[in-house]
Design a protein. Structure first.
Length: 482
C-alpha cells in the first residue's frame, strides 16, 4: 500500500505522537536544566568551601611562621596531585610562587571571591611571552597553550603580597557538557522513536480507515449484505465496526421486512379488494333491490373492517419491530391477563365445541404493556381454538402460567393437528398461512403480531410439538422480585 504522507500526518496517531513528543521534550528539557543547574551549584558550593578552608589554613600558617612558612606551604601543596591553584605574587602582581603560570588580567586586582570564573594556565603549559585573548576580555590574558577556567579567593597579606587560592572548574564544565550531550542524544532518540511510532501506527490506522471507507462505499452502492471489517484486536476501530455492523444488520432486517410486507400486501390483499369490487359491481349491475343493495353494503363494510384490522396489524408489527412505540410500560400481572383472555374466548370456544381452560400458579409480574400482552395472548388462543376444533378427540386448549428461573412462561397447548417442525419457523412470518389453514378465516398476521410484541418486551415466542397438537410458549423476562 502506498503511504500518503499528508494523510498520515492528519491521523490521530500522528497528532498524539507529536503532542507527546513535544510535551516530553519540554518536561525533559526543564528537568535537565534544573538538575544541571542544581548540580553545578552544588559543585561550585563545595569548591568554595574547600577553597575557604584552604585559605584559613594558609592564613594560620602565615600567622605562625610568616612569609617563609607560607611560601613553603604553597610550594608543597602546589606540587601534590590534583592540587588546588596556588599563587603568591608581589604587590605588582608578579608571580613569585605557586603552580599558576599566567592569569586573566584583573584577577589579582580584586580582593575576596572572584566575581566570575577566570582563565588561567598551569605552570609549564605554555610560553610565558605570548598571550591569547578570551571572548569578552579586553586585553591579552593567558599565554598560548591549554586554557582553563577557575574560581578563586584573593587575599592581600599585611605586607601587600597577594595570595590566591583557587579551584579548577573543569569538573563542573565536563559534567555540564556530558549532560548536554546526553540531552541531545535523548532528543534524537525520542524524535526517531516518535517518527517510527507515528509512521507505523499512523499507517496502520490509515489502512483501517481505508478498509472501512471501501466497505462503506460498497454498502452505499447497494450491497446491504456488506459489513465493515473487524480485525479482532478489540480496539476502538473494532468496537465502532461492530456497532455499525449491528446497525447495518438491523437496517437489512427492516428493509427485508418492508419488502416482504410490500410483496404480501400485493398478493394477499389483492384478493379481498378484488372481491369487494366484484360484489359492488354485481350489486350495481343487477335489478335495483334495496335488500340486495343493503346486503352488498353490509358485505362491503365487513370486508372493509377486515382490511382495516389487517392494516392496523401490519402497522403495529412494523412499529414494534422498528422499536418505535409510545406504549406505556408498567408492572403487569400475567395471571390477571390470562384470566381475562380465557374469560373473553370461552363463549367462542364453546360455540365450536372446544374446551378452554387455564392453569395458574403463583402470581407472576413482568414489566410490559398490558394491552399488547393481551393482544398477543388473544392471537395465540384464537389460533389454538380454530385449529383444534377439527381434532378427532375432545378438542381442548389449555393456557398455563409458570415461572422458570428469571423467566415467566405463558404456554398455550392444544390437541389439534399441530404444525410440522419444518413449518414452525415460517408460521410466524407475515401473511404466511399453511395449506391446511387456507379454509380458516384470517389474514396470517396473528402469530407475526405476537412475535413482534414479544420482541418488544425483550421476550421470545417459541413453538413445540404438543404430542398431539401444538404448544406455543410466550417467554418474558421477569421483574426482580416479581
Amino acid at each position: 500500500m502506498k503511504v500518503n504522507m499528508p494523510a498520515v500526518m492528519k491521523t490521530t496517531a500522528a497528532r498524539l505522537s507529536t503532542l507527546y513528543l513535544v510535551l516530553f521534550a519540554l518536561c525533559a528539557t526543564v528537568l535537565v536544566i534544573y538538575m544541571t543547574s542544581l548540580s553545578v551549584r552544588m559543585l561550585t558550593g563545595q569548591t568554595q568551601e574547600l577553597i575557604a578552608d584552604e585559605v584559613q589554613n594558609l592564613g594560620r600558617a602565615y600567622q605562625r611562621g610568616g612569609l617563609p612558612l607560607l611560601v613553603r606551604f604553597v610550594e608543597q601543596r602546589s606540587r601534590q596531585p590534583g592540587a588546588n591553584l596556588y599563587l603568591l605574587a608581589d604587590s605588582n602582581g608578579r608571580i613569585l610562587s605557586g603552580n599558576v603560570q599566567s592569569l586573566q588580567p584583573g584577577v589579582l586586582e580584586t580582593e575576596g571571591w572572584t566575581t566570575r570564573p577566570f582563565a588561567y594556565q598551569r605552570f609549564g603549559e605554555g610560553d610565558a611571552e605570548r598571550g591569547m585573548r578570551l571572548p569578552g576580555d579586553a586585553a591579552p590574558a593567558v599565554n598560548d597553550g591549554p586554557a582553563h577556567t577557575a574560581a578563586a579567593f584573593v587575599l592581600r597579606l599585611p605586607n601587600q603580597m597577594i595570595l590566591l587560592v583557587g579551584r579548577d572548574l573543569g569538573e563542573p564544565e565536563r559534567f555540564r557538557a556530558i549532560v548536554q550531550r546526553a540531552l541531545m542524544l535523548a532528543f534524537g532518540m525520542m524524535g526517531l522513536g516518535a517518527f517510527l511510532i507515528w509512521f507505523f501506527v499512523g499507517r496502520s490506522a490509515l489502512k483501517r480507515i481505508d478498509s472501512v471507507s471501501d466497505a462503506s462505499r460498497r454498502i452505499m452502492g447497494g450491497d446491504l449484505t456488506g459489513r465493515l471489517p473487524v480485525s479482532g484486536a478489540g480496539d476502538e476501530f473494532d468496537r465502532l465496526s461492530e456497532i455499525l455492523n449491528a446497525m447495518l444488520a438491523r437496517i437489512g432486517t427492516l428493509n427485508e421486512g418492508l419488502k416482504q410486507v410490500s410483496d404480501n400486501i400485493a398478493h394477499d390483499l389483492k384478493t379481498p379488494l378484488t372481491r369487494l369490487r366484484n360484489r359492488a359491481e354485481a350489486a350495481l349491475s343487477g335489478d335495483p333491490d334495496s335488500d340486495a343493495y343493503r346486503q352488498a353494503l353490509e358485505t362491503a363494510i365487513a370486508e372493509s373492517e377486515q382490511l382495516i384490522r389487517t392494516f392496523n396489524a401490519i402497522l403495529m408489527i412494523s412499529r414494534l419491530e422498528a422499536g418505535y412505540s409510545s406504549e406505556h410500560m408498567e408492572p403487569v400481572d400475567l395471571a390477571a391477563v390470562v384470566s381475562d383472555v380465557v374469560e373473553l374466548y370461552e363463549p367462542a370456544a364453546e360455540e365450536v365445541g372446544v374446551l378452554l381452560s387455564a392453569e395458574l400458579g403463583a402470581p407472576v409480574s413482568i414489566q410490559g404493556n398490558r394491552e399488547l400482552i393481551g393482544q398477543a395472548l388473544s392471537n395465540v388462543v384464537d389460533n389454538a381454538i380454530k385449529y383444534s376444533s377439527g381434532s378427532s378427540e375432545m378438542p381442548k386448549v389449555v393456557v398455563s402460567l409458570s415461572q422458570i428461573g428469571d423467566e415467566a412462561v405463558l404456554k398455550v397447548t392444544d390437541n389439534g393437528p399441530g404444525i410440522p417442525e419444518e413449518d414452525m419457523q415460517r408460521a410466524t412470518e407475515r401473511f404466511v398461512r399453511l395449506e391446511r389453514s387456507r379454509s380458516q378465516p384470517g389474514s396470517g398476521l396473528g402469530l407475526s403480531q405476537a412475535k413482534a410484541i414479544m420482541k418488544f418486551h425483550k421476550g421470545r415466542l417459541e413453538m413445540a410439538d404438543g404430542k398431539p397438537g401444538l404448544s406455543v410458549l410466550m417467554v418474558f423476562p421477569t421483574v426482580s422480585g416479581g
